[in-house]
Design a protein around this ligand. Structure first.
Ligand code: N2P
Length: 383
């Protein structure tokens, strides 16, 4: 297996060296003529003499198919070094300190707003991103970066409750299932909430009929009560291995991102196998919709290579393969038709929003006037 893989890699490298780029194996390889320089520029418009040997990618955990990084290396000779995080706040803290060494990060919507406001991002050079034509125009030009000056969508998803149908034969339809002490007592130590200052207070806000962006003191006081009443029953606040713990049935349910739930259901490559009992729901009171975006850091020394990688990720077949692996939702309209019937069937079962579900989804918006969510979260975690 390893041997076969090496042989294939060598063959690809030879093709690349002969000037064929990835075109021989990758029909949708549609680079424009951006880049400008002649010399070592090949038919795909990429000037190989300008490529760095390594690119540092700071991404969420379990959020890219490792085979894609191998393909990129085989085609361009660039090694993508991946480091992972599990919350926007952790990522922001690291890059705010400066000299993080990373080239590309993947902030969610409201965190893109923060990065722009704090001067942490560099404008995107769209002349190097010919594959942006494959993205769904309805998912571009969002409130958090009008005109996509600093960011391009990577994946989007929704946050609800993932659960095991063995333990919930009648399904779940309300946040009460994860918040109400009389319902959770029987599952003490067997479920988790996201370790996230926007997601977890946001879920409780929706449960009490409020916007997940509300900073109304009375609403937040109620949220604090709900979260503190729930805390003794929780296994953990967890944003890192919920997929594995649901699949192994260490958890019977979890506040989770849709792709985490899909990974628990379908497994994740060679990492762990899936559990067919896992289902996912956006409770009737509503939940979060979000989008994670590729952003090049202001202090990235490898901005050109970063653009080449981002353009690669926007190839329809690369995006489809990645989506199939991580189970989120691709903003790439031309990738959709390449996704397997099995995954599409799960989307239809609630792992993706339909019209009715959209009505109860809400985006998180940055609120520069308040530290209410951070304060509340620090307090909850310290109790
Ligand atoms: C993947 C993280 C999903 C991103 N583990 C949530 N915004």
């Amino acid at each position: 297996m390893q041997m076969l893989r090496s042989v294939l890699l060598v063959m690809l490298l030879v093709l690349t060296a002969c000037g064929g780029g990835g075109a021989a194996t990758s029909p949708g390889n549609e680079y424009g003529t951006g880049g400008g320089d002649s010399g070592s520029t090949t038919t795909d418009g990429v000037d190989r003499s300008k490529l760095a040997s390594k690119l540092y990618f700071y991404n969420w955990s379990d959020y890219i198919d490792p085979a894609i990084l191998e393909q990129f290396k085989a085609e361009y000779g660039v090694e993508v070094v991946v480091d992972t995080y599990d919350s926007n706040e952790d990522m922001l803290a690291k890059i705010r300190a400066g000299n993080s060494g990373y080239d590309i990060v993947v902030p969610s919507d409201y965190a893109v707003q923060i990065m722009i406001a704090e001067g942490l991002a560099v404008p995107i050079d769209k002349s190097l991103l010919s594959n942006i034509v494959h993205l769904d125009p309805n998912l571009l030009d969002q409130y958090f970066d009008k005109g996509n000056v600093y960011s391009v969508p990577y994946m989007y998803g929704i946050t609800g409750i993932a659960y095991n149908t063995k333990f919930f034969p009648n399904g779940i339809d309300s946040w009460a299932a994860i918040f109400e002490p009389d319902q959770i007592a029987q599952f003490a130590g067997k479920f988790s909430m996201l370790d996230d200052s926007r997601e977890t207070p946001g879920a409780a806000l929706r449960y009490i009929g409020q916007s997940l962006n509300s900073t109304d003191p009375a609403a937040l006081a109620r949220v604090k009560e709900i979260l503190l009443a729930q805390k003794p029953y929780l296994a953990a606040y967890n944003s890192s291995d919920v997929n594995r713990k649901l699949a192994s049935e260490e958890y019977v349910m979890a506040h989770a991102w849709s792709g985490t739930a899909m990974q628990a259901r379908n497994g994740l490559g060679d990492e762990f196998s899936g559990n067919p009992n896992i289902a996912f729901v956006i409770p009737k009171e509503g939940g979060m919709i979000w989008m994670d975006n590729l952003v090049i850091l202001k202090d990235s020394p490898n901005a050109y290579t970063a653009h080449v990688f981002i353009n690669f990720l926007m190839r329809p077949e690369v995006s489809a393969q990645n989506t199939e692996y991580i189970g989120y939702l691709t903003p790439n309209k031309d990738a959709l038709e390449l996704i397997s019937p099995e995954v599409r069937e799960l989307y239809a079962q609630g792992f993706a929003p339909d019209e009715a579900m959209y009505q109860r989804l809400e985006w998180a918006v940055r609120n520069e006037g308040t530290t209410a969510f951070d304060d509340l979260w620090t307090e909850i975690k310290s109790k």
